[in-house]
Design a protein around this ligand. Sequence first.
Ligand SMILES: Nc1ncnc2c1ncn2[C@@H]1O[C@H](COP(=O)(O)OP(=O)(O)O)[C@@H](O)[C@H]1O
Ligand SMILES: [Mg+2]
Length: 138
Amino acid sequence: MNKLYYALSPQYIARQTLLRNNLNSKVKIFDYLIDKGYTYLDEGRHRVCFLSPNKNWVVKLARDFSGACANASERYAYSKKESRNILARCKLLNSDILVMEYVEYIEYSELPSWAGNIDCYQVGRNRKGEIVAYDYGG
Ligand SMILES: Nc1ncnc2c1ncn2[C@@H]1O[C@H](COP(=O)(O)OP(=O)(O)O)[C@@H](O)[C@H]1O
Ligand SMILES: [Mg+2]
């Protein structure tokens, strides 16, 4: 990739942020995932997300303690059978790393009524066509 373009890319900025905050073990995970063909997807306040090479899975890497809490509470919420049908499938590898099914963006007009209960309407469509929440750790 062109060096200047890389320097301005969100991936580069995310990596620099981890470095600046001295999160060296997380920089290692970041580099490992990129090396394995994962691509940088996006990030929020608490987690940096990567897409698996087959585009089915998202790896959510906690930036800080709040990220680890969000990971744990997402996994806990998913473990409860009652709400599982509106939550993206996930499993915890360790407190810093949550693996979640990938969901696609949906139009505002497609949002179900319950989406108003999810912070910032963070819902999308999974591979089965179901509409599920992907950021429900709050
Ligand atoms: N399962 C997912 N499928 C698709 N994109 C996702 C998924 N999980 C997270 N993302 C993307 O990564 C961004 C950050 O993840 P999010 O769960 O919102 O983290 P945070 O808790 O830091 O806000 C999201 O805004 C979204 O763009
Ligand atoms: Mg979010």
